[in-house]
Design a protein around this ligand. Structure first.
Ligand code: HPA
Ligand code: ZN
Length: 341
């Protein structure tokens, strides 16, 4: 059990969130409200029936529900509301800067929405969140790796005129059988847009996908990266080069990537000098926002000192301008003093 003082201390600790899918913040109640508002028929008609769907055995079983509920998002206002609901919770979790994935291929190519509808709504929500809470950040356009490559190219065509409003490119969804090598052209194009590059790799897929994300896609951060534990040489390289991993402990537990929090490799990665960060991934699905992910590490014996260092890593691993990083480090230092660290 984690005491209330520790819980509150971790919720007020200034931090960056670097691995968060905005669609993964769609809470079951909001999904039902949007379904009603937009006349979308879901297979589940009440909250209890819907909540019974949140037992996952692997990544795909989660993605099935995640994509089903995404159909309830229809209008610019829906995307603004979703973003603002997340940022309100993020603020209560000590998030000061957030770099946020979105999956436009699904909204546009599968669900028939306009690209600008999605982007405008999300950016409006972020502008309000910045004004209301002082949370800075940006959007990362995530390529859905198990959809056809034409849809990825089409989305990049649509994004090109608005490239200055987007921070980077990512790669998500069903990993195994959809290796990074397939997306070399799309990531090269994103680099020409001036975007940062990140990729999910080594969540369910092998360590080789992590190496390819670095070598072929020029990923600056690896999202998850858990299976780097199977490749000592790669682990040493990532530690030496300071490549950040965006770890998501509660996600890993709920998707059975790890079977017990005590088996999570974060402590070993830190011992090896890897720059780990702590994030929530899809908090509406995995039982907690980012502070709960830090708290989960207290329950396996991690010290407050280490958790504060992890928050420091989240600042250093972000794509925030240097002046903003300096400001956030100062906020973290103030928090440390207040908590006797
Ligand atoms: N992994 C891969 N794709 C995803 C995830 C995830 O955890 N969440 C949303 N899309
Ligand atoms: Zn993810």
């Amino acid at each position: 059990m984690v005491d209330e003082y520790t819980r509150q201390a971790l919720a007020s600790m200034p931090k960056c969130e670097l691995h968060l899918h905005i669609e993964g913040t769609l809470e079951p109640q909001l999904a039902l409200t949007l379904a009603e508002r937009n006349g979308v028929a879901l297979p589940w008609t009440n909250i209890d029936e819907l909540k019974a769907q949140y037992e996952f055995e692997d990544l795909q079983s989660f993605l099935n529900l995640y994509y089903a509920l995404m159909k309830t998002l229809k209008t610019e206002e829906d995307f603004k509301d979703l973003m603002l609901a997340y940022l309100t919770r993020a603020n209560a979790n000590g998030v000061r800067h957030a770099e946020i994935f979105f999956d436009p291929q699904v909204h546009v190519c599968t669900n028939g929405l306009g690209f600008n509808t999605v982007l405008d709504g999300l950016l409006e929500g972020m502008a309000i969140g910045r004004e209301r809470f002082g949370i800075t950040g940006g959007l990362i356009l995530s390529i859905v790796r198990d959809m056809d490559i034409d849809s990825a190219n089409m989305i990049l065509d649509l994004a090109q005129p608005r490239k200055a409003e987007i921070l980077g490119i990512g790669l998500d969804s069903a990993e195994v059988g959809h290796p990074p090598a397939r997306f070399v052209d799309q990531f090269a194009r994103a680099r020409r847009f001036g975007w940062h590059c990140v990729a999910h790799a080594g969540e369910e897929g092998p360590a080789a996908y992590i190496r390819d994300a670095l070598d072929l896609l020029h990923a600056e951060r690896i999202d998850h990266g858990i299976h780097i534990q199977d490749d000592t040489e790669l682990l040493e390289r990532v530690a030496r080069d300071g490549v950040p991993l965006t770890c998501c402990p509660l996600s890993n537990l709920r998707l059975q990537v790890v079977h017990d929090m005590r088996e999570h490799p974060i402590p070993r990665f830190l011992d090896e000098g890897v720059m780990c960060t702590i994030n929530s991934d899809d908090p509406a699905y995995f039982g907690g926002y980012v502070a709960a992910n830090y708290t989960a590490l207290v329950s396996i014996g991690m010290s407050m000192e280490t958790l504060a260092a992890l928050a420091g890593n989240s600042i250093d691993a972000s794509f925030a301008p240097e002046a903003r990083k300096t400001q956030l480090h100062a906020e973290l230092a103030t928090w440390r003093t207040r908590h006797g660290l």
